[in-house]
Design a protein around this ligand. Structure first.
Ligand code: SF4
Ligand code: SF4
Ligand code: FES
Length: 363
């Protein structure tokens, strides 16, 4: 452990941390844009500059290691002025084309712009330099007019997802984020996981399905229904409907990472064809419940759960008794709980008497 003083607060922190992470342990917030705890420190935006006694120039808290006896100030009038200037320079090349994604005011960038009351510098005309929605990816919205070149998307794609889709091209004022060698994202091997969206602090990368849908009125943390990994995610709900899925940084299994299904495959929830009540073939409710093959399979009829389960049990028993237990097989699902899958296993092996049971998440 080492001792460090930040804003007159004496802290004992583990050796090897940056000043930024040490401050966080002491409950002190230092403004950041290019930094994210999941990603390699980058030191690009300069918003986290701090004063350190004995060091003449301002230092980036996200890259400088905390050392024993260090005395740091994170909020002085000079630092506030420096941060305001940085934000105003970023605003000079930031353009909001006017569409709403509901998150515009909530982005990290806009939070610090408001906090330091930064305004676009006089004389700079804010204008679009790039087409809005410039990539045909079906899930990721790209609007580089809002990009501040923090490189979080580049690092997230490489370090979290291992796909290396995003990179930087050109130099100076013309520097821009590009997929591959000016390819479309999909041609550059993007798998549409949306990690770059989750880490983007400005909305330059956003969820295409959510643009224009406004702001959520509540957020529900839940577990993804698609596979056995059990990722946590946040459902953003508006008027009782899911309008976007966002990462939950506290998710114990997956952190900020999600796959394309977890982040974007939620349209089934409100789909009009979704079955919400059990249905059985009509012939199963009539007479002996045996199908007249000449009459076809007949229509579906909505029934209550008890009726549907009684019919299922009856048909399973009939099949086992007439053709043997191995004439039956059970396919269960990662959309069930572990406990439910355990019970299906018991049903197959001990109640029915077959080992024919399989699961979509057994890979
Ligand atoms: S969606 Fe995922 S794979 Fe595609 S560029 Fe973004 S981080 Fe990379
Ligand atoms: S697209 Fe977003 S994450 Fe990527 S560099 Fe620009 S602002 Fe940063
Ligand atoms: S957060 Fe430290 S330089 Fe960007």
């Amino acid at each position: 452990m080492i001792n460090i003083t930040i804003n007159d607060k004496k802290l004992e922190v583990p050796e090897g941390l940056t000043v930024l992470r040490a401050a966080e342990l002491g409950g002190i917030t230092i403004p950041t844009l290019c930094d994210h705890p999941d990603l390699t420190p980058y030191g690009g935006c300069r918003l986290c500059l701090v004063e350190i006694e004995g060091i003449r120039t301002l230092q980036t808290a996200c890259t400088i290691p905390a050392s024993n006896g260090m005395v740091v100030r994170t909020e002085t009038p000079a630092l506030a002025e420096s941060r305001k200037t940085i934000l105003e320079l970023l605003l000079s090349d930031y353009f909001n084309a006017g569409y709403t994604n509901g998150n515009h005011d909530d982005t990290e960038f806009m939070h610090w712009v408001k906090y330091y009351q930064a305004q676009p510098p006089k004389g700079f005309e804010q204008k679009a330099r790039y087409p809005v929605n410039s990539d045909p990816n079906p899930f990721v919205w790209v609007d580089l007019n809002k990009c501040i070149l923090c490189n979080r998307c580049v690092r997230a794609c490489a370090e979290v997802q291992g796909r290396f889709v995003w990179g930087r091209a050109e130099r100076g004022f013309d520097t821009q984020i590009v997929a591959g060698f000016y390819n479309t994202m999909l041609d550059a091997r993007c798998e549409s996981c949306g990690a770059c969206v989750a880490y983007c602090p400005t909305g330059a990368l956003d969820n295409k399905m959510s643009v224009g849908l406004g702001k959520a009125d509540k957020v529900v943390t839940t577990t993804c229904t698609y596979c056995g990994v059990g990722c946590n995610l946040d459902l953003n709900i508006k008027d009782g409907k899911i309008i976007r899925v966002t990462s939950n940084p506290k998710a114990p299994v997956n952190g900020m990472a999600l796959c394309v299904k977890g982040r974007y495959g939620y349209d089934f929830v409100h789909h009009p064809d979704r079955l919400t009540k059990p249905k059985v073939r009509k012939y199963l409710l009539e007479g002996t419940g045996v199908r007249d093959k000449a009459a076809g399979r007949g229509e579906w009829v909505e029934v209550d759960w008890d009726t549907a389960l009684d019919i299922t049990a009856r048909k399973l028993r009939d099949a086992r008794d007439t053709a043997g237990a191995d004439s039956l097989g059970i396919l269960t699902s990662a959309k069930c709980l572990n406990e439910e899958n355990y019970l299906m296993n018991k049903l197959a092996r001990q109640v029915i008497g077959t080992n024919n049971i399989d699961h979509c998440a057994r890979l």
